[in-house]
Design a protein around this ligand. Structure first.
Ligand SMILES: *[C@@H]1O[C@H](CO)[C@@H](O)[C@H](O)[C@H]1NC(C)=O
Length: 226
């Protein structure tokens, strides 16, 4: 019964659908597989991106595939998608391009994941806990279009919707940041240790407004020693 009680308490403080500012020191917990639980991050509009860094910390024991980070626009619901394929592969979708990385298996321990991309060379790199993957090529010459929606917990098949219960995220996610440029190696290391002094300039976990629906618990992540 205890998890249920916790969720009810948390829902009393954070009302679904209401607009709240920032989740510094907090995690989003999706306790169950659903087709309607999600957090929407209300990032400021941008026109288009020719580079980005997306970082987040996540843990999941799911063995199926699911969306970790979904950004949809009118022209493509998978404008930018971080897609976990079974436990061992992270697929980065940039429009119609799919670039897959084989990584240590996802499990119950929170891990820090960053993806960096720039359009000129189409260089795309994944970082796990501050360690760099091989560099791959994808999305060369492309842009990530603006005016879309950022969703955690579900994979969008249309802007803000088209969710599939079998693609939902079950687990915990926190410290989501997005920049409009490629962070330097040192800064990736710092952000992975929670030591970077500034947040993302597109998504900043500490200040970006968010709303949520469904069964979502927002709790202190207890990552910082008192
Ligand atoms: C989800 O997966 C289950 C088990 O594989 C299946 O029975 C169900 O039809 C799927 N639901 C949808 C909406 O695809």
């Amino acid at each position: 019964m205890k998890p249920f009680v916790t969720i009810v308490l948390v829902m009393c403080i954070y009302l679904p659908g209401s607009d709240s500012i920032g989740m510094y020191g907090k995690s989003v917990h999706f306790p169950a597989k659903t087709a309607n639980s999600f957090v929407r991050l209300h990032a400021p509009d941008f026109s288009s991106l020719t580079a980005f860094t997306v970082c987040l910390r996540a843990a999941s024991e799911e063995t199926r595939n699911y969306g970790l980070f979904s950004y949809a626009t009118d022209s493509n619901p998978n404008e930018l998608l971080l897609w976990q394929e079974s436990k061992t592969h992270l697929r980065v979708e940039l429009g119609n391009q799919k670039i897959t990385f084989s990584l240590p298996e996802m499990n119950a321990l929170l891990r820090h994941i960053c993806v960096t991309w720039e359009s000129h060379e189409g260089e795309i790199t994944v970082w796990v806990n501050g360690r760099r993957s091989v560099r791959k090529v994808g999305g060369k010459g492309q842009v990530v279009k603006g005016l879309g929606q950022f969703i955690l917990g579900q994979e969008q098949d249309s802007v803000g919707g088209g969710f599939d219960i079998n693609q939902s995220f079950v687990g915990e996610i926190t410290d989501v940041h997005m920049w409009d440029h490629v962070l330097q190696h040192n800064d990736i290391k710092k952000v992975s240790q929670g030591c970077l002094r500034y947040g993302g300039n597109i998504i900043d976990w500490g200040s970006t407004h968010y709303t949520f629906e469904g069964i979502v618990a927002i709790e202190d992540n207890k990552d910082c020693p008192l």
